[in-house]
Design a protein around this ligand. Structure first.
Ligand SMILES: [Zn+2]
Length: 334
């Protein structure tokens, strides 16, 4: 009998504990909801913030072909002053929906057909409402190409970004994104190597803020520049030994698209600073896309294949001249 009561008591205590835990959880939750609603005057804002944070784009497989970039760019720029101005990013996002993101299927006929539909409808809204992934592609391509076109300093409309290699300096490159690299740990190549001569002036592709400047074990002397909207991080690495940068650059400074920032070299692959451990002189050029600060560093980083972008940037090259014969530094010519 005593044994039975003991056992019975234990069950009651257990039940009281469970009820207490559940009540505490419930009270806490409603308190938080009420509190945040009271402060921000929006019901359940707490939950909204939580879901909003999860909603950013996590991955982009950028394979828009050079022809698709070039043809849609021409439609956009040539229609700037006409009655209907095409937006090249909208055109590319429509094409991506048609191809399931695979631009190997690109044909100019498709672009012509889509652009005609958009013009007839007076905009993309109607024709894209049944395209399931339109918003994804539009947002992804806007993050990559959003500042490539626009009104420039001379008030004309066109390309605002530049090739990272100065005008009249030759270079070569091939499709090397994702190939394996052996220095350090096993990893893949997250950029495009532009082979050229040591000392070739390196140009800032887009305006932005210098985030990283100095030595890095892998990149050697490198510069990392983040666009003003924070969405693009441009990485220029393996700059010249002894004289990697133009004078007076500092982290936190802003640079303008088209400005000379440094010189091509072969530094890197060394813990020790200022060491030439790269076999072939080249600029490593990389482009990282950031939708959320959690993607700045670590497993969430999104690096895109820039080979076709580099081909596209050949349309706009910055002219330079030797502006200091003592230090042999270069500046942009215009
Ligand atoms: Zn590289």
């Amino acid at each position: 009998m005593i044994k039975f009561i003991k056992k019975y008591n234990r069950i009651i205590v257990l039940w009281i504990l469970i009820i207490l835990i559940i009540t505490t959880l419930l009270v806490n939750h409603s308190f938080l909801t009420i509190q945040s609603s009271a402060i921000l005057n929006t019901p359940y804002i707490w939950d909204e913030i939580k879901t909003e944070k999860k909603d950013f784009i996590k991955w982009i497989d950028f394979n828009v072909s050079y022809d698709a970039l070039n043809d849609s760019y021409k439609l956009d720029v040539n229609s700037f002053e006409s009655s209907f101005h095409y937006n090249w990013i909208e055109l590319l996002a429509c094409l991506a929906c048609k191809y399931g993101g695979n631009f190997k299927k690109y044909s100019k006929k498709d672009l012509t057909s889509i652009s005609n539909q958009i013009k007839e409808a007076g905009g993309v809204k109607e024709i894209t409402k049944n395209m399931k992934y339109y918003n994804y592609y539009y947002e992804a391509y806007s993050a990559i190409l959003g500042e490539f076109l626009g009104v420039r300093e001379d008030e004309t409309y066109g390309m605002k970004v530049f090739l990272p290699i100065a005008k009249n300096y030759s270079f070569s490159h091939y499709k090397d994104f994702g190939t394996s690299r052996s220095y350090g740990f096993k990893r893949t190549h997250l950029g495009n190597d532009l082979m050229g001569s040591i000392g070739t002036p390196i140009i800032a592709v887009e305006s932005g803020t210098i985030f990283h400047l100095g030595w890095n074990q892998y990149g050697g002397w490198r510069i990392g520049i983040r666009s003003f909207d924070g969405k693009r991080y441009y990485y220029y690495a393996h700059l010249r030994k002894d004289h990697p940068y133009v004078p007076n650059l500092e982290e936190g400074m802003t640079v303008n698209a088209g400005d000379v920032i440094g010189y091509l070299g072969m530094t890197g692959y060394s813990i020790k600073e200022n060491v030439n451990n790269i076999n072939v002189p080249h600029l490593h050029f990389g482009m990282q896309i950031i939708f959320d600060e959690s993607q700045v560093e670590g497993n969430g980083e999104i690096w895109i294949d820039v080979y076709n972008i580099v081909e596209f940037l050949k349309k706009n090259r910055s002219s330079v001249y030797m502006s200091n014969s003592e230090t042999k530094d270069y500046s942009r010519a215009n």
